[in-house]
Design a binder for this molecule. Structure first.
Ligand code: IPE
Ligand code: IPE
Ligand code: MG
Length: 228
């Protein structure tokens, strides 16, 4: 089987990674942010077209304010450190999720990066920020209704209005840290994706492990309900 076109990752375990070495959770998040660069570069090298990373869920607002504030400062850290390299690799940055609830500064930094990379023709690096799979579906349905005159809708209507409408289907979903759940990530989009759960925390998930996950994917048989 070919390598996946679209890989989505639940980057989980920053806090546990930090705790293991008696460091504050923020240190785990910072190290995890550096790791986004490593995995993005590896994905690009492997020829993946779209890499979608779950960075902040609609449920993560339940965390202490201090942690949320820190997480909201990380897009800027990431962009300051790595935008130049991403540009050189022709990588395009995009986001899914409701950015309007994020701090103004965070949105500004993200929009600058989106604008600077918008003409890049290489891999698309998508950050899911204030993203929830359920609200993605609800938003899609609402925008269909807004278009007017709707008595019933089709799967294709939702495909045309969901946040990932411009990307290929998600082929592979990876979650680090050995929690076996979707946590409200791409509910609609994962219907026939392959799942790989990796037994290390996100900051330890390096390029080599990512390549191993891709190799495992290529050994899977996808049947989509049919027969081989
Ligand atoms: C993932 O790491 C990052 C975010 C959810 C923002 P966690 O912060 O969830 O780390 P654990 O799961 O508590 O170890
Ligand atoms: C999922 O991780 C969200 C992100 C990685 C951004 P969580 O740590 O929030 O998920 P739960 O709470 O363990 O399900
Ligand atoms: Mg977690």
């Amino acid at each position: 089987m070919n390598i996946p076109q679209h890989v989505a990752i639940i980057m989980d375990g920053n806090g546990r990674w930090a705790k293991k070495q008696n460091k504050p959770r923020a240190y785990g998040h910072l190290t995890g942010t550096d790791n986004v660069r490593n995995i993005a570069i590896k994905a690009d090298e492997l020829g993946i077209k779209v890499l979608t990373l779950y960075a902040f869920s609609t449920e993560n607002w339940k965390r202490p304010k201090e942690e949320i504030d820190y997480l909201m400062s990380l897009p800027e850290v990431f962009i300051d450190k790595f935008l130049k390299e991403l540009m050189e690799r022709n990588i395009k940055i995009e986001t899914i999720g409701d950015l309007s609830a994020l701090p103004v500064k965070t949105v500004k930094v993200l929009n600058t990066a989106i604008n600077k990379t918008k003409k890049n023709k290489g891999m698309i690096l998508v950050f899911a920020l204030n993203y929830g799979g359920r609200s993605d579906i609800v938003n899609a349905v609402n925008s269909i209704i807004k278009n007017g005159n709707v008595n019933s809708i089709t799967e294709q209507d939702i495909n045309n209005h969901i946040s990932t409408k411009d990307y290929p289907e998600v082929d592979l979903m990876i979650r680090t840290s050995l929690d076996y759940r979707i946590s409200n990530f791409l509910l609609w989009q994962l219907s026939y994706a392959e799942f790989i759960f990796v037994d290390c925390y996100w900051p330890d998930f390096n390029g080599e492990r990512f390549a191993e996950a891709i190799a495992e994917y290529t050994n899977r048989q996808r049947r989509f309900g049919g027969l081989l």
